[in-house]
Ligand binder design. Structure first.
Ligand code: FES
Ligand SMILES: [Fe+2]
Length: 387
């Protein structure tokens, strides 16, 4: 994003402030409750969206150098991420090629090789099978080259490591990710996410559908009410600039500081000083962009009415280099983010609990909640396209 784009977004914020309004769609919409409750539909969403599209699974700083590794549970099973000697990131099914035991059970660490706990078949960080106990006598003629860890295409870009489970080859993965991120490419470059570092991570399971969580990040109508005891007072009420960028959404949420900006001072104003920006990157990645840091929120569907949410605070300084004072600052920031987001997720649980009551056949999205309908349209289009 160039400075002129930032200014255009600020101009649009100012226009909305003057008109005392927000981004409006042409009509309000009804959102059928089955969108959030139907287990069969949930399975189709998993197959056609979450198991197909590239997913940001790790921040680059979680594999800070050669031989660092992380193991994760994903929608494609247990995955072992490694950074090789050459600095390149690999992803493998964390499954032994002998009789299928999990090769690495630690969540993270630094290792040049991985030894399966069952019979000690040993793999390099590039996935190659390097040794097999009693190989000559027990596995004569074993083609070791054909028994390396089974790899899953993944790509490192814009500070994240993206798993591309549906890609047939590494080249396909690169092409698929490029296409997927093309509409937000300029924005992601502007954010400089590869310059950030993981500060802390917080994970919790919530009893609500994944789309309810996403919807909560696409409007500011609720700020003054749901967040009245936290961030509400700092933001303009029901005023945000919303754009759909391919499969993704950008919501610019101006703070009260926008009132100090005039058309004359616009040129000096920087967007991140005046607004928080939410990027909803389909399907699971939300970036909550603040002045000097970014909260990365992973929305991981578990079932039609359960979602794991991982909040990761990405900050500009490596945590080990923080002064006592800076450490306290980022700790307080993280606590505020979690407390505020919990207000959203608690409401998400209350919505989910009411869906099966029969009170509503559908939920109502106002013209100020047009992004919610547009997001659901995108989901339905994907479901339709793959029928
Ligand atoms: S299952 Fe891994 S070495 Fe046997
Ligand atoms: Fe909220």
């Amino acid at each position: 994003m160039h400075q002129s784009d930032e200014q255009r977004l600020l101009e649009r914020c100012l226009e909305l402030l003057q008109e005392k309004t927000t981004t409006l769609s042409s009509a309000s919409h009804a959102s059928p409750v089955e969108r959030y409750t139907d287990p069969e539909r949930f399975e189709r969403e998993m197959q056609t969206i979450h198991q197909q599209l590239p997913l940001a699974c790790l921040h680059s700083s979680e594999l800070p150098g050669p031989h660092h590794f992380r193991s994760l549970e994903t929608h494609t099973g247990a995955v072992l991420f490694t950074r090789g000697e050459d600095g390149k990131v690999n992803a493998f099914h964390n499954v032994c090629r002998h009789r299928g035991a999990r090769v690495e059970s630690r969540a993270s660490g630094c290792a040049k090789a991985f030894s399966c706990p069952y019979h000690a078949w040993r793999y390099g960080s590039d996935g190659a099978l390097v040794s097999v106990p009693f190989e000559q006598t027990c596995f004569p003629g074993l083609d070791k080259q054909a028994h390396g860890l089974s790899s899953i295409p993944c790509v490192e870009t814009h500070g994240f490591i993206w798993l591309c489970p549906a890609a047939a080859t590494q080249a396909d993965a690169e092409q698929q990710l490029k296409q997927h991120l093309a509409p937000v490419e300029g924005d992601l470059t502007w954010l400089g996410l590869d310059q950030l570092h993981v500060f802390k991570q917080h994970r919790r399971r919530w009893r609500c559908n994944w789309k309810i969580v996403t919807e909560g990040g696409l409007e500011t109508y609720h700020f003054k009410f749901a967040h009245k005891n936290s961030i509400g007072p700092y933001f303009l009420s029901n005023t945000c600039v919303t754009d759909q960028l391919g499969a993704h959404f950008r919501v610019v949420m101006p703070t009260e500081r926008l009132r100090d900006v005039t058309r004359d001072s616009l040129e000096e104003a920087r967007l991140r000083d005046i607004a928080h920006i939410v990027y909803g990157l389909a399907p699971q990645t939300t970036l909550l962009v603040q002045k000097a840091h970014v909260d990365w929120i992973q929305i991981i569907p578990v079932s039609a009415d359960e979602t794991d949410i991982v909040i990761t605070s990405l900050i500009p300084t490596p945590p080990a280099a923080l002064s006592e004072e800076a450490l306290g600052h980022w700790q307080r920031n993280m606590a505020i983010s979690i407390a505020t987001l919990d207000e959203d997720f608690e409401l998400g649980e209350s919505i989910q609990a009411g869906l099966t009551s029969g009170a509503n056949q559908s939920l109502t999205f106002g013209r100020n909640e047009g992004a919610l309908e547009a997001y659901n349209r995108w989901v339905e289009d994907r479901l339709e396209a793959t029928r």
